[in-house]
Design a protein around this ligand. Structure first.
Ligand SMILES: [Zn+2]
Ligand SMILES: [Zn+2]
Length: 409
């Protein structure tokens, strides 16, 4: 059997681009598609076009063909290079891509509705303690006028005459490879199996409509910024009786005036002056619940020290266990001093001099403390600033000492 040149089959030139070949194939395939062309040789012609395209659209096969002709691609002049299934596999794909989605893929199978997403912004406390929120959602629902049937209430819904109500039409064709059946969506009812004389005024026959709903959302205590709450079945309605999708509430949390959050711990920065940090103090610390709690700050507290108040944090969103309130000391060096404060600090500065009280002179302030070997000191909270012990504490308190000097200079 003499084979026609593939370029001739598609009506293209040897130097034509892939794109031109594709376009030529598409045009020819539409012309000779057995569904459209009822000429007796259309099917054979279609097969030829398909075969030519399979070779010319593949650059390596095309190169082989250019060099060796049919022998190059068919393994030596084999007449039927493609078996029936390949051709008809390709046939289906071609059908779908060139003639629209009519290849029977659209069916009456139930399909789940799509999910919806909505953002909600919460105050810090509302996220911590939980809250019920009403949100506005625009979603697709079953049409309330026709209950999804699509017809104007009271008007008839008829069984589709074309498909007899099953939504699909089956066509049997004979071909060189034998008989094959093709199932496609019924063109009359688009797969619904029924036809409507008077479409519903509310949905124009679609059976669905978009509605704005107010939905109550229970935001659980402890939710964090970036988490989402799932409302099962609150998304768009499914089609053909499929279940509805979900509604996801994306949570955003506003910052708090006083607290920060680290998972389920609350963080609070407690300002302390030099004397409070050095001597120790009882401080009132705010809590998220409202009433203050007392924190004993020990003497000698360093800047950045952490104090943990157990169970005063935020409820865990899953197990309900509460986190801690973590308090950080912010030891503040005064930027301005009154006359008496300055005097006291100057006196304090002199007291840090290791020679203080030994020679009755205290005029060498700051001159040699840095050269003193650093001594490891066992720290006592209460009387770190007592005059008698000041010399012993000089090395340990050098940080504060230096800071005082900075302020004074
Ligand atoms: Zn309707
Ligand atoms: Zn039908």
């Amino acid at each position: 059997m003499a084979q026609t040149d593939y370029y001739e089959v598609l009506g293209v030139k040897r130097q034509d681009s892939e794109e031109e070949i594709r376009r030529a194939f598409r045009k020819k395939a539409m012309e000779y598609h057995p569904d459209r062309n009822k000429e007796p040789d259309a099917e054979e012609k279609f097969k030829e076009i398909n075969e030519a395209y399979q070779v010319l659209s593949d650059s390596s096969k095309r190169a082989q063909y250019d060099r060796f002709g049919h022998a190059g691609v068919n393994g030596g002049g084999f007449d039927r290079p493609f078996d029936g299934f390949d051709v008809f596999g390709g046939f289906g794909d071609i059908f779908d891509s060139f003639f629209g989605d009519a290849g029977g893929r659209r069916s009456r199978a139930p399909q789940r509705g799509s999910d919806l997403q909505q953002r909600v912004t919460l105050d810090f406390e509302d996220a911590a303690f939980g809250i019920e929120r009403e949100i506005d959602v625009s979603r697709v629902e079953i049409c309330h006028q026709c209950s999804g049937a699509g017809n104007e209430p009271g008007t008839p819904v008829n069984t589709c005459g074309t498909c007899g109500g099953n939504g699909q039409v089956r066509r049997t064709q004979r071909s060189v490879f034998g008989q094959f059946a093709q199932v496609t969506t019924c063109p009359t009812c688009q797969g619904k199996g029924s036809t409507i004389e008077n479409p519903c005024a509310g949905c124009r026959g679609a059976g669905m409509e978009r509605r704005n709903r107010k939905t109550a959302v229970n935001i659980p205590a402890g939710i964090q910024d970036g988490m989402q709450v799932r409302l099962t079945g609150e998304g768009n309605v499914g089609s053909n009786g499929g279940p509805p999708g979900n509604l996801y509430i994306q949570v955003e949390v506003r910052p708090h005036r006083l607290f920060e959050r680290d998972e389920y711990d609350l963080l609070y920065v407690l300002p302390l002056n030099l004397a409070e940090a050095a001597l120790g103090v009882e401080k009132q610390v705010p809590t998220l619940e409202g009433e203050d709690t007392t924190l004993k700050v020990p003497g000698g507290t360093q800047h950045g020290s952490e104090f943990r108040i157990r169970g005063r944090g935020i409820k865990h969103v899953q197990n309900g266990r509460k986190g801690d309130l973590r308090v950080y000391a912010d030891v503040q060096v005064p930027k301005k001093l009154s006359g008496s404060q300055r005097k006291l600090l100057e006196e304090l500065a002199r007291s840090f001099d290791p020679n203080f009280g030994q020679q009755g002179t205290d005029k060498q302030q700051g001159s040699d403390s840095a050269e003193e070997p650093v001594q490891e000191q066992q720290h006592t909270d209460e009387d770190a600033w007592d005059d008698d012990e000041a010399g012993e504490h000089a090395a340990r308190d050098k940080g504060i000492f230096d800071r005082i000097k900075d302020v004074l200079s």
